[in-house]
Design a protein around this ligand. Sequence first.
Ligand code: NZQ
Ligand code: ZN
Length: 388
Amino acid sequence: MQNFTFYNPTKILFGQGKTACCGEMTLPWGKRVLLLYGQGSVKKNGILGQVKNSLAAVGITWVELGGVRPNPVLSFVNTAIQRFRQEQLEAIVAVGGGSVIDTAKAIAAGVCYAGDVWDFFCGKAEVTAAVPITTVLTLAGTGSEMNGGAVITKEETQEKYNLRGEVLYPKVSILDPTNTFTVPRQHSMYGAVDAIVHVLEAYFNASDPHLPIQDRLIEGLLHTIMEAAKIIFEQPEHYEARANLMWCATLALNGLPTAGTGNTGFPMHLIEHSLSAMYDISHGAGLAIVAPAWMKYAEEIAPRKFAQFAQRIFGIDEGKERERALAGIQALEHWFATLQAPIRLAEANIPAADIPKIAENARRLAVVWDMPEYTCEVIESILKRAGT
Ligand code: NZQ
Ligand code: ZN
């Protein structure tokens, strides 16, 4: 096991009815808040109304800012930073999925920084201060509600980069599974794919050959996410399935199951970020395309862990190590397809002829992430496996 520091200060309130606690939980952090949300789902399903009632009940006032779009963008962040300063606000209440929470984190860091907030994303500055954030999560998947990272796209350059910082962990996140009942099926499934790939990044990229606790935690998450997703696909208002998916997705990227796996890198995310930056597809959809392709590439180099995955997740025992490894990857790919997620570039209307320019875009991020082994040639060879 590798040495690690585990730090996670986010307070989680989990369960039906917890949205009503938002005001009380936010009060220690500020009395004038930015109330941030997306493109209107939280108005339609009534979650925003519940949040407002709970803020008003404890005397918190707010400036409302809707309009965060999926694959959130830097221009919105910059406008919101100005607004936050003009209104002399104290904290942010983010009501939404990963896009809203990530935007809240970028605003929170930008407000406390005199320079360009993009400096944090391209490694020119470190986040050392941020205003406090409370979240009311409405979509299970990214894990942003309990981590210190955020992903934003700079539109002009099609760079989808991330920032991180210990001060960016939400102070409180409210996880009420009923708040995810109205998530469209497609986005519920993409959330499941995202959570799966978060743990697979650590599972397949860990350098230690023997990680029994991490492997079993990850395998437990994988089984539970897959069971829950299948139920939600048919029954979107199944409370237990929504609850399981929500908590698994939070755990998948809060540092706990992966503590001890070392600094593993995120190659599947590295390549996916280019797809969602360049073609504005959902992150989970991009991962359903990239993950099996990357696994086919990585299995050729080191099949052992892929054979373990095949056996423990899909019960594949037959054949030689490489045959089992490949059968496991195909089983995962098939499973993504049964969720109606795209598994080939063409299914997301991405022409195979674009592979070199996608690789070039991903290569720039590989430089920022210090992953020199991901050359244009390597990235192209991975994407070609998703081409047909
Ligand atoms: O905008 P609204 O109207 O809210 O609609 C959203 C959006 O259209 C809708 N939705 C969310 N909750 C809903 C709902 N519709 C009905 N009922 C509800 N309860 O779902 C759509 C997608 O929302 P979005 O927030 O974009 O999805 P997600 O949570 O998957 O977030 C994706 C973003 O997070 C980043 C991704 O790259 C992407 O930009 N990620 C963030 C990470 C992090 N901070 O740790 C890690 C991830 O790897 C990922 O990169
Ligand atoms: Zn992800």
